[in-house]
Design a protein around this ligand. Structure first.
Ligand code: MCA
Ligand code: AMP
Length: 506
């Protein structure tokens, strides 16, 4: 079969000494990453399925690459996942081992698993000259892993994603989808091994892990991860060799804010210069407001381009590097992706200007939700198209604009998808909460912010916003915590007793 990561197969000479990943002061060459992942692949070859404690570190890169090269499906875990969500993910995906760094403190839920320690410091040895049998270049050996054990339909990764109700579902992403989506982006963006990608995205979602790490590695290029997002970090890395920046709209909003200061301050000018000098600034995971598009273009002379994806589909559309950037749109379908609009009753819409649900088909799609044939079936039409739940229009030249989303119970905050139902379930379990409804409210920084509307058991002493936020952070994840709590005497309900969330928002 075609290799997922050919540049890591048996790199020698200059290909082996090329930088693959850099996290702060720690850098791994292709030779070092090949050697470390080959050694780790051997240790997990019989693991069945592995969990990866996906901190923003080179250890996560080694772990995921090793799993891919061994043909072992990997489940990336958000290291901040709370108790309840972690228990669900482990129970559902049943990994036999967890791959983690030497200093990671793992929560009790993971103690039952075999711990496999990944140490990037031990991997980052000087690269030996070409032909030498020692470290780096030579140590990977000839075609030891990724040699046909795993086929294109075999799962590469299982990535958990929230729905409107219930706990997150594991999207099973086959090797074929990862390869197809990354190659479509190569075509759209002229993405090559000479590119140096800069980002600060978490490594447990598609954006940061598949696009942000496997993307550069598939091309034989490099990625520099900032560890934590900051405009200074972006300026530093783009100003010293970075060619592309990937981020969520919240990050671009923060860059736009940093650029808003008066010209002439050193930091602001360094940032404007670094962004202006990049080959490609790409935003995704949520809509980037036109105002932020314009502020960045005005300050840097460079346009941010958007691409539209989803955990289940990987990338669907994108503005091409050689295309016309049009703020507010997400560009035409990528190579190999079929896209159509449909009505609620399934009727396909093809008249100009029609608004409908975006449905997609192509080699970029997942194979299904783990252990959830019901949910997998519900997400597809009878004729095999995936229902994204996003509502959009298609211009005559094929450019897609997303105008909304079918489900009101999904919130996109900071680029994270969050289900209202999962938060409501956690808050309802608090003895001080009698009733609760969770909604998303517009937020200039996060896009949407999680808001909890609470009817307290004892209105005289309701649980504090902090207490409720902490509870959600501890049970689910910090990014799901309500940022605003509003107290009510009763929730608005219709005649059938259903909570009317739209009137709450109004
Ligand atoms: C605050 N914190 C808490 C609490 N309150 N921790 C525990 N309990 C609490 N009550 C901590 C947080 O852990 C964090 O710690 C710090 O306070 C700030 O957290 P937060 O407010 O959540 O951070 P933020 O500033 O709002 O983060 C903005 C962000 C982030 C950096 C833009 O939202 C982000 O990384 N988003 C990326 C999401 C993403 O990659 N989505 C892709 C999925 P500390 O200070 O130590 O950090 S979509 C996808 O993959 C599809 C395919 C696509 O199209 O891309
Ligand atoms: P997730 O389920 O976390 O993978 O998020 C996927 C969702 O993010 C999509 O269904 C869209 O609603 C949204 N999304 C991703 N990229 C964009 C974009 N460029 N513009 C608007 N929404 C986007």
């Amino acid at each position: 079969m075609t290799l997922l990561l050919p540049a890591l197969q048996s790199p020698t000479g200059p290909a082996a000494s090329r930088e693959a990943v850099r996290f702060g002061a720690l850098s791994l060459s292709y030779g070092e990453l090949a050697a470390a992942s080959t050694a780790l692949a051997a240790r997990i070859a019989d693991a069945g399925r592995v969990a990866v404690w996906a901190t923003p570190t080179p250890e996560t890169v080694i772990a995921v690459v090793a799993a891919l090269r061994a043909g072992v499906p990997a489940v990336p875990l958000n290291p901040r996942t709370g108790e309840r969500e972690l228990a669900h993910i482990l129970g559902d995906s049943e990994p036999t081992a967890v791959l983690a760094g030497p200093d990671d403190e793992l929560p009790p839920g993971l103690e039952k698993l075999r711990r496999v320690t990944v140490d990037a410091r031990a991997a980052a040895v000087p690269v030996a000259p070409a032909g030498s049998p020692a470290h780096g270049a030579g140590a990977a050996g000839p075609d030891v892993y990724e040699t046909g054990e795993a086929g294109p339909e075999d799962p590469a990764l299982i990535v958990y994603t929230s729905g409107t109700t219930g706990p997150p579902k594991g999207a099973v992403l086959p090797r074929r989808a990862v390869a197809a989506s990354l190659d479509a982006l190569e075509d759209a963006w002229g993405w090559t091994g000479d590119d140096v990608l800069v980002h600060a995205l978490p490594l447990f979602h598609v954006h940061g892990l598949i696009l942000g790490v496997l993307g550069p590695l598939r091309r034989g290029g490099s990625v520099r991860h900032l560890g934590k997002f900051s405009p200074e970090g972006v300026a530093r890395e783009l100003g010293s060799g970075g060619t592309m920046l990937f981020g969520v709209p919240t990050m671009y909003h923060r860059l736009a804010e940093a650029l808003d200061g008066p010209a002439g301050t050193t930091e602001r000018d360094a940032l404007a210069g670094a962004l202006g000098g990049a080959r490609l600034l790409v935003s995704g995971s949520a809509a980037l407001p036109v105002h932020d598009h314009e502020r960045i273009a005005a300050a840097t002379g460079r346009r941010v381009i958007e691409r539209y994806g989803m955990t289940e589909t990987l990338m669907n559309t994108g503005i091409r590097a050689d295309g016309v950037p049009r703020p507010g749109t997400v560009g035409p379908p990528l190579a190999g992706v079929e896209l159509r609009l449909a009505e609620d009753d399934g009727a396909v819409l093809d008249e100009p200007g029609a608004i409908g649900e975006i449905q997609v088909r192509g080699p970029n799609l997942f194979t299904g939700y783990l252990n959830r044939p019901d949910a997998t079936a519900a997400a597809h039409t009878a004729d095999g198209w995936f229902r994204t739940g996003d509502v959009g229009t298609v211009d005559p030249d094929g450019y897609v604009t997303i105008v909304g989303r079918k489900a009101t119970d999904l919130i996109k905050s900071g680029g994270y998808k969050i289900g209202a139902g999962e938060i409501e379930n956690v808050l309802l379990a608090h003895p001080g909460v009698r009733e609760v409804a969770v909604t998303g409210e517009e937020d200039p920084d996060l896009g949407e912010r999680v808001v909890a509307w609470v009817v307290a058991t004892d209105p005289e002493s309701p649980p504090s916003p902090q207490e409720l936020a902490d509870r959600v952070a501890a049970q689910l994840a910090p990014h799901k915590r309500p940022r605003t709590v509003r107290y009510l005497d009763a929730l608005p309900r219709n005649d059938l007793g259903k909570i009317m969330k739209r009137s709450l928002r109004a």
